[in-house]
Design a protein around this ligand. Structure first.
Ligand code: NDP
Length: 474
């Protein structure tokens, strides 16, 4: 069949995306480094095989696509993407478009976009895992608007649809903007998962609940404010039994979490931008601690047997998670707002909340309300939007009780507790950085501003400095 689209890399994501594209009526040419994979993919494509053109070489792939071409790369982020671009370069014309749909670091996408490639180039974040790629992912495009417009009909056709029917495929901004938004999405995903795991831990170790009962609780929460894909699958995994032993599945899974790095990238980038995302940082930290299982075992042997039983209401736990989630998303959206200004992208925050409403891992009912609140004023922190301020006012007392009880009984809640800590900082107009400023002025003559506005920026330790310095030195 006549096609203008190609795809390179028939792994988990590429194969699913190619089938999705073919299913929506767009013929597509495909190529994979290992030829066997291409042949097996085509043979297993069923009735969709007639819209798929399998090819045996890059040259054959390019020849099979009518210009101007659009070629999607679904290969591991990093060197493989640079290698594929280099291999395609001599085969393509300047109007052909290469779309990196992997989980690229957005700095790499910025670099590629600025490197004078001999073809058009888009960086596109795709969320939703294999299932999403096959039946409807959330798609975050980045690059020249005109290039996005060229492939938007295909992306909108294959993307998930929000409840109001809007396709979750949106142009985010120039260059690496799409991959940046996907990165923050993954950071929020880490945080969301960590907070859910923390409530799971409180139910398991604090309340002594068995896994199926925990599953019932998550399922009930999924009917309320917390309705989301991650709560839904948490209910499913907690209810599942191990076919091999009959034990609850969760009870036989080793408690060390893997990661591919996108959560870490979010935390690192937030530090570069000096924007606080402590809940995401705590989630990355918790995964790192989880991997050190030998040290944790030694720690338990030396310092006692971990968390103790406690009494908390399940309703308080639900409210605590609602509060934690709002705080985490408020941090994530604030980071996006800052980054948009820092990188000159004019990111549209309500559009980002909308594109996350379906198809992606963090899809949730709450994103609807977030889109509405951000549309009122996207520069205002989400915690100050009236809708969420009210919700926080009713949920934070529960978060505070849960965190306090957990601390007293030795439960680690790194994400929920740090969310609360950030919130308390955010509602304190007279903080403690006056002490930091005084210290900095004392040892480094950095100066400070005064509350009373007087034009006097140094402390008395400068004027009669000797005595205070000597006292400190003793
Ligand atoms: P897989 O490992 O399943 O597939 C990788 C594909 O890339 C294979 O087709 C492989 O070909 C090909 N490939 C690997 N190295 C090279 C290379 N050096 N040159 C050319 N082709 C190469 O990965 P996924 O499909 O899971 O991931 C692909 C991208 O999508 C990654 O960037 C990933 O981070 C991202 N992603 C993954 C998600 C997921 O849930 N899995 C979700 C969202 C994004 P071969 O058969 O020859 O090995």
């Amino acid at each position: 069949p006549e096609t203008s689209i190609g795809l390179i890399g028939l792994g988990t994501m590429g194969a699913a995306l190619a089938l999705n594209i073919a299913e929506k009526g767009f013929p597509i040419a495909v190529w994979n480094r290992t030829g066997d994979v291409t042949r097996r993919f085509h043979a297993a494509a069923g009735p969709l095989a007639e819209r798929i053109v399998p090819t045996e070489s890059l040259a054959e792939l390019v020849a099979a696509i009518a210009p101007p071409r659009a070629i999607i790369l679904m290969v591991p982020a990093g060197q493989a993407v640079d290698d594929q671009i280099a291999a395609l370069a001599p085969l393509l014309s300047p109007e052909d478009l290469v779309i990196d749909a992997g989980n690229a670091n957005f700095h790499d996408t910025n670099r590629r976009a600025a490197s004078g490639l001999p073809m058009r180039f888009l960086g596109m974040g795709v969320s939703g895992g294999e299932e999403g790629a096959r039946h409807g992912p959330a798609i975050m495009g980045g690059g020249a608007r005109a290039d996005w417009d060229r492939i938007a009909p295909v992306m909108e056709a294959i993307a998930a649809r929000a409840e109001d029917g809007t396709p979750c495929a949106t142009w985010m901004g120039e260059a690496g903007a799409g991959h940046f938004v996907k990165t923050v999405h993954n950071g929020i995903e880490y945080a969301d998962m960590q907070m859910i795991a923390e409530t799971y831990g409180l139910m398991r170790d604090g309340l002594g609940m068995a896994s199926p009962a925990i599953g019932e609780t998550f399922a009930a929460w999924n009917e309320g404010v917390l309705r989301s894909y991650l709560i839904e699958i948490s209910a499913a995994v907690a209810r599942a039994g191990d076919p091999a032993t009959g034990a609850p599945m969760l009870d036989v899974i080793l408690d060390t979490a893997g990661q591919k790095g996108t959560g870490r990238w979010t935390a690192i980038e937030a530090q570069h931008l000096a924007t606080p995302v402590p809940v995401i940082e705590a989630a990355v930290m918790a995964r790192n601690v989880s991997a050190r299982i030998d040290e944790r075992r030694a720690g338990e042997a030396r310092f006692g047997s971990g968390p103790q039983r406690l009494a908390v209401e399940l309703a308080s736990l639900e409210a605590a998670l609602i509060a934690g989630k709002i705080l985490c998303y408020a941090q994530g959206f604030a980071m996006i707002e800052i980054a948009g200004r820092a990188f000159g992208w004019h990111l549209d925050l309500p559009a980002i909340a909308r594109v996350w409403r379906a198809g992606c891992i963090i899809r949730s009912a709450m994103l609807n309300d977030m889109a509405t609140a951000l549309a009122e004023d996207s520069a205002r922190n989400l915690v100050l939007a009236p809708f969420f301020a009210e919700r926080l006012q009713s949920a934070v007392p529960a978060l505070r009780r849960i965190v306090a009880q957990s601390v007293l009984h030795g439960h680690a809640l790194p994400a929920l507790a740090t969310g609360l800590g950030w919130f308390d900082l955010m509602r304190t107009s007279r903080g403690t950085a006056n002490m930091i400023q005084a210290q900095r002025d004392f040892f480094g003559a950095h100066g400070f501003d005064r509350l009373d506005g007087r034009d006097d920026h140094d402390g008395p330790w400068k004027m009669g400095g000797e005595s205070s310095t000597v006292t400190a030195a003793r």
